[in-house]
Structures are given as C-alpha cells and as structure tokens.
Design a protein. Structure first.
Ligand SMILES: Cc1cc2nc3c(=O)[nH]c(=O)nc-3n(C[C@H](O)[C@H](O)[C@H](O)COP(=O)(O)O)c2cc1C
Length: 330
C-alpha cells in the first residue's frame, strides 16, 4: 500500500481539490464510492487567519473515514505556517496540501498558486516553514510549469523533497494552458524518476481505464481525478475495478444516480443550509444526468430550484420520467 509519510492510502485514486465543487457533501459521496482520499477546496491562508465563518466552514471534515487533506494557498511562509497549524487544529485533517498550481488571474497576480512556480526559492521556503509548523504530512500540488518555456515541475519536486514534503502531485499542464489541450503525462513520469517521495499523477483521468493507464505510463504511486468525477463518483469504484484488472461495471442507471445525487444534496443541506444548498444544486444535479437521453426538460427544472422541496420534486420527476419508475427512498 502506498503511504504519504506515515499515512497508508487505502487505494490509488484520490479526488482532486476543486474550488466550488469538492465541498464536504461531494467529498463524502466520492469517498462512499471508493475515493482513497480527498482534498478540501483551496483555502486562503490569509483568510483563515484573519477572517471567520465562510473560510472555516470550508475546512470541515467529512464523517466517513478516509484520508483528508486541507489545501492552503498563499505566498508568505510565516502566514502559511500559522494557517497550517490552525487548519489542522480546526479540522483534524490528515495532511496539509500546498497549492502551487492554481492558474486563476487574481491568485497568480497576487504571487500565489502557480505564480510560485516562477519563484522556486520562495516555494521552497514555504514548504520548509509549513513542514516545521505541523506534525502531519505536507504535500505540494503543482503544474507542469508556468508556460512551455518554463517547465519546472521536476525542479520544484526536488525542492519539495529537500524541504521535507511527503508527496508531490503534478497536473500535467502549464499555467498558460489552463485546462486546454491534453495533460502531459511525460512530465509526470520525469518527476517520478527524479524524486523518491510518492508522486500523484493528475490530468485527464476521465474514464475508469485511465486510472491504470496513467499509473502505468507515469510510474506514479497514486492518481488523482478532478473533472471526471463531477457528477460521477462511480469513477472511483469503476476505476478500482479497472486497476484490479476486473470487468468494469457499466455506469449506473438514472435511479442509482439520483439516489447519490439526493444523498449529496441532503449532506449539503445539513452543511450549508437550504439557500446555498439549492443554488449549488442547480449546477451539480445536471452533472449527474450526463449522457442521459431526453434530460433537457429536467435540466431546465434543475436550473430553477430554490427550495429543498423543489429539489426533491425534480429528482422524483427524473426518476419517474427518465426511468419509468419512482426511486426507492430507503
Ligand atoms: C472547477 C475547478 C476548480 C479547481 N479548483 C482547484 C483548487 O481549489 N485547488 C487545486 O489545487 N486545483 C484546483 N483545480 C484543478 C484540479 O485539482 C486538477 O488539477 C485539474 O482539474 C486537472 O485534473 P482533471 O483533468 O482530472 O480535471 C480545479 C479544477 C477545476 C475544474
């Protein structure tokens, strides 16, 4: 079994951190479908130290067992170190992940996220400071580099290893690429060859078969899926089957999809209250209908839910109209 520091990882596919997506409710359903670990949405170190409420709510740990990392972003070693301590204290997370890959304009303009790949000495000081501040493993998530002329994932991974990081996760795209083109798995392979800490391969794991493919191709210890898991937590159970060389079960039908969507919504309701849970459900409920024929009318209804009762009604409608049967609610 692969370990991150002393932590054994119960599987080989992790859920990637995604702001606005991987909240407590979604992390829970992914874990229930076999995700070996999950990472919080990215959390501003500065906001965690100096503001209340919203930022702290992002930290809450899901109740189902499994590896949980909190991801922090920032640029000042001292602030990140203090924030890491606080995140650990408040959440009881298993490890701290440092964001060095976020490409968003307002983050990189501020010298944070992927901008740290343009200042490797500072990235190193951040890793060292956080390493010294917390007793749990520290991981670094980066991209291939800033742009095609400044590919530096290998260099950053070496620095991370030197400064005491316990694993490094590489998304095989540059900042300039954002999410376009194909992820470069060769660079992940190079990173794996260059460091002796676990490497997590990330980028374009969309189908169950991609899990053994990315692991074999890159030699990485673990894989991580982001967009492919949206509305599709079965990527984890089906990916595990593919990895074990077993027949991959087909995508579940509408009934099972709606069972899990209802569960995700119920958890979100508990965690965030009706107003926010409903606004967010407008986005992710539709994802559960990917590939389902004649779903246009249901999507239209989903885009207008404002109360928990609307969500229940639209899920019932989907179960009735798109499967010809009403879902069991036991
Ligand atoms: C909506 C969205 C939000 C994201 N938010 C984060 C984030 O908060 N922290 C992070 O490190 N990466 C974030 N990412 C990047 C993903 O973690 C991942 O590296 C990227 O999507 C590539 O993996 P994939 O091809 O499996 O989606 C985000 C990606 C998306 C699509």
């Amino acid at each position: 079994m692969v370990s991150i520091g002393p932590l054994p990882v119960p599987g080989r596919l992790l859920l990637a951190p995604m702001a606005g997506v991987t909240d407590l409710a979604f992390r829970t359903v992914c874990r229930e479908q076999g995700a070996a670990g999950a990472v919080s949405e990215m959390i501003s170190a500065q906001a965690l130290l100096y503001q209340d409420g919203k930022t702290r709510a992002l930290l809450r740990r899901e109740k189902v067992p499994g590896l949980y990392g909190v991801q922090l972003f920032g640029k000042e070693p001292e602030i990140l170190a203090r924030a890491a301590k606080k995140a650990l204290e408040l959440s009881g997370c298993d490890y701290i992940d440092l964001n060095m890959g976020c490409p968003t304009g307002k983050i990189v303009r501020n010298g944070e996220g992927c901008a740290l790949m343009r200042d490797l000495p500072l990235a190193g000081r951040i890793i060292a400071a956080v390493r010294a501040a917390v007793p749990v493993p520290v991981t670094v998530k980066c991209r291939k580099g800033w742009d095609s002329g400044s590919v530096c994932a290998v260099e950053l991974a070496r620095i991370a290893r030197e400064e005491g990081a316990d694993a490094v996760c590489v998304h095989g795209r540059t900042r300039a690429q954002l999410y376009s083109g194909r992820a470069d798995w060769d660079v992940i392979r190079e990173v794996k060859r260059s460091v002796d800490i676990p490497v997590i391969a990330n980028g374009d794991v969309f189908e169950p078969e991609d899990v053994p493919r990315i692991l074999r191709y890159t030699g990485a210890d673990l894989a991580m899926a982001g967009r492919g898991a949206m509305g599709n937590p079965w990527l984890f159970s089906r990916g595990a089957a593919a990895l074990a060389g077993e027949p991959v079960p087909p995508m579940p039908g509408v009934r099972e999809r709606m069972r899990v969507a209802r569960r995700q919504f119920g958890l979100a309701l508990e965690d965030k209250g009706e107003k926010i849970a409903c606004l967010e459900a407008r986005k992710y409920l539709s994802w559960y209908l990917r590939g389902v024929p004649y779903a246009g009318y249901a999507r239209e209804k989903i885009s207008r839910v404002t109360a928990a009762a609307d969500v229940e009604r639209v899920i019932d409608l989907i179960c009735r109209e798109l499967t010809g049967e009403t879902e069991d609610r036991d």
